[in-house]
Each structure stands twice: as structure tokens, then as C-alpha cells.
Write a protein that binds this ligand. Structure first.
Ligand SMILES: [Mg+2]
Length: 217
């Protein structure tokens, strides 16, 4: 798999940094998603009921009880991200932990969402005081993390709530330190045990020291 060309363009705009690299997912790692999204859905006449770790197939129209069509789910998600500043709060403990790590490491945010939402998310993060570079990707994250590392062998850590993103990182950057953090740990019951090489962390309090140690800072 190759890198998303727009993500590559965004990476090339970053200033060169040789320090250890921490790459962070945004939704449910830095900003709450799975708690505010159902509240947004309720306002729109829908409810979210998990029977597996997916959105598609688990969103139902309140009045008719029928599952929302794939396209409708995508539209609801897009509308939520357009309005994210009103809904998405900081994940508990994230801001302080990342601020401490960023004194000795490069921190880059890598969010899997349509590029057209990048500006809205950028503004929201700035308002929350999170001024770290933000990249969007519509393709796998692994190639982007490999490119972010650059030519050096600097240590890399990556935090995400989606196992497939961690596996993509593992494929392209085999020595990356991978952390599975979920803003809502109750959803772990829908996931298989983490694959080998991926460290489960309970929350940012648990994660921060482990990330610093992995990065050697
Ligand atoms: Mg996420």
C-alpha cells in the first residue's frame, strides 16, 4: 500500500525534526468521539447500539427502528465532524501528558478523516491549545508514519484506538512502539485480544510514562 498523496504533501510541509517521534490518532485518543457522537445522533433522531466495534449497521432510526443506510451513516458522521467544536471535548489527561512528552519529542497528530475536515479540526484543536501539526489521511496510516520518521532510525511511538491502524503501523514501521488507548474501555469487549507487539493502556495516566520510556526520553 502506498501513502495518500495529500498526506504526503502535508508531511512535506512540516519542519525537519530528528527528535523521537510520537504519532497520535485524534478521535478517542485526544478528542472524545464515542461519548459525544451518540448524543449528536440523538439530536438527529438516531441511536447508536453497539453489537460489534463498528458504526455502520449499529445506528438506528429512533422512530422506525430501522438501521441507517451506509450513506446516511456517512452523512451523519460528516455532519458531526463539521460541528465537532460544539461536541468533541479533550480526552481526560491527554493535554498534560502530551505537553510533557512534546518537550523532548516531536508530536504529530494523524487523523483518518476526509481531508476536507482538516481545517475545521485544526481550528478546534488550536482553540483547545493543541497546536501540534495535524495530518489527515484517507488511506492506511502505516505508510504515513514511515514517511514521518524520515531517514533516521529515531524511536517512534504511535497511539490509536483502532487495531487496524496499529497493525498498519506495525507492518510499515516494525520497530515502532504501539499503544492501544480507548477513551471508553467498555468497548474493548467487542475486540479480540490485542495482537502481539501492541501494548494496551488504560488511559493517559497509564500511557504517558510508558510512551516516554519507549521513546527514551
Ligand atoms: Mg480514533
Amino acid at each position: 500500500m502506498t501513502i495518500d498523496p495529500e498526506t504526503l504533501r502535508q508531511i512535506e510541509e512540516l519542519s525537519h525534526d530528528d527528535r523521537p517521534l510520537l504519532v497520535l490518532d485524534v478521535d478517542d485518543v485526544l478528542l472524545d468521539f464515542i461519548r459525544p457522537f451518540p448524543r449528536y445522533l440523538q439530536q438527529e433522531g438516531y441511536r447508536l447500539e453497539f453489537s460489534n466495534f463498528r458504526l455502520h449497521g449499529n445506528i438506528f432510526h429512533v422512530e422506525t427502528g430501522s438501521a441507517a443506510e451506509r450513506e446516511r451513516v456517512s452523512d451523519l458522521l460528516a455532519a458531526f465532524f463539521d460541528a465537532q467544536a460544539a461536541w468533541q471535548t479533550l480526552t481526560e489527561g491527554a493535554a498534560d501528558a502530551i505537553e510533557t512528552i512534546s518537550r523532548d519529542a516531536e508530536v504529530v497528530l494523524l487523523t483518518a478523516m476526509p481531508h476536507r475536515h482538516r481545517d475545521i479540526r485544526r481550528r478546534h484543536l488550536d482553540e483547545l491549545g493543541l497546536c501540534y501539526p495535524l495530518l489527515t489521511t484517507e488511506m492506511a496510516k502505516g505508510p504515513a508514519i514511515l514517511r514521518l520518521r524520515g531517514e533516521t532510525e529515531r524511536p517512534v511511538a504511535f497511539v490509536d484506538d483502532m487495531p487496524h491502524n496499529l497493525l498498519s503501523a506495525q507492518e510499515f514501521v516494525p520497530d515502532a512502539h504501539l499503544f492501544h488507548l480507548m477513551a471508553d474501555n467498555s468497548l474493548r469487549k467487542f475486540l479480540p485480544p490485542p495482537p502481539e507487539g501492541i501494548v494496551t493502556v488504560e488511559d493517559w495516566r497509564d500511557a504517558s510514562g510508558r510512551i516516554a520510556a519507549a521513546l527514551g526520553i
